[in-house]
Design a protein around this ligand. Structure first.
Ligand SMILES: Nc1ncnc2c1ncn2[C@@H]1O[C@H](COP(=O)(O)OP(=O)(O)OP(=O)(O)O)[C@@H](O)[C@H]1O
Ligand SMILES: [Mg+2]
Length: 257
């Protein structure tokens, strides 16, 4: 399992928007970190830098001891497969089966993408995909088309696909934003169970205060690209978290002692 260290990271888009401004923090294996911040504060950009899809303007990102900002495309590929992603809109291939979607999680592990297509996949890979589906409680829906599931079920399939990838750290970008409260809780419970049984670090972008306080070990917050908070969740209360979304917040005055 890997640790993540972000050092003095900045990202300026096309010479003007400073999406991330000198951000530093470290996440250890097994930590559950909530990432907060208003729209446009740089959260998704930070995730895209960690997955290597965006090149930062300056700073470093260490996954264990490898600075991924300095890797060539080909060297980035094996590192990228260690980072599991969960998205708000699930990112499933809608017209394919649930089983096929989970098999695609193995893409970083096979020599060719061909080997992740159901008719050509090895028995071992197929068994693994079924085990991942079983872990999220959806083995009985393996043959169903992905777009014929409820939102909560689709997100569980996305988690099964992420498991198939065998990640060593997980980034979740608003994983329950498209779900009703009940389905959202079920997805959070499942995600948290899975990361804790595997000892994975997870960083989760969320806006729901009660969910943040219930599940997070630690909270970090961005405002206009800058890190304005990095605290254990136990040291925070709801008004403090809500104040992160106000203008001109003076966090140092609002911390619980
Ligand atoms: N590809 C891009 N090119 C130029 N500017 C971008 C690009 N992506 C994001 N930005 C800008 O960078 C800033 C941070 O955007 P980002 O998407 O990281 O915010 P966010 O915190 O994820 O917001 P949200 O909560 O709405 O998802 C915003 O000002 C946005 O307009
Ligand atoms: Mg975003």
């Amino acid at each position: 399992m890997i640790s993540l260290e972000v050092n003095h990271l900045s990202k300026i888009y096309s010479g003007e928007t400073k999406a991330i401004d000198d951000v530093s923090f470290k996440v250890e294996p097994g930590e559950g970190v909530m990432l907060l911040g208003h729209n446009g504060s740089g959260k998704s950009t930070l995730f895209r830098c960690i997955t290597g899809f965006e090149k930062p303007t300056s700073g470093s990102i260490l996954l264990n001891d490898t600075d991924i900002t300095r890797l060539s495309r080909s060297k980035l590929r094996p590192v990228r497969k260690k980072v599991g992603m969960v998205f708000q809109n699930f990112n499933l291939t809608n017209n394919l089966s649930v089983f096929q979607n989970v098999l695609f999680g193995a893409l970083g592990h096979t020599k060719t993408s061909f080997q992740t297509f159901a008719p050509f996949a090895s028995d071992a890979l197929r068994e693994q995909a079924m085990a991942c589906l079983d872990r999220v409680g959806l083995a009985h829906l393996a043959r169903r088309r992905a777009d014929q599931l409820s939102g909560g079920q689709q997100q569980r399939v996305a988690i099964a696909r992420m498991l198939m990838q065998e990640p060593e750290i997980v980034l979740a970008d608003e994983p329950i934003a498209s779900l009703d409260p009940k389905a959202g809780r079920e997805v959070m419970d499942l995600l948290w169970e899975i990361v804790s049984e595997r000892g994975l670090a997870v960083i989760c972008i969320l806006h729901q205060m009660d969910v943040i306080m219930e599940y997070g070990d630690r909270v970090i917050a961005l405002k206009d690209g800058s890190l304005i908070l990095d605290e254990g969740a136990g040291a925070l209360d709801r008004p403090t978290l809500e104040s992160l979304y106000q203008k001109d917040v003076q966090l140092t005055d609002r911390r619980v002692s």
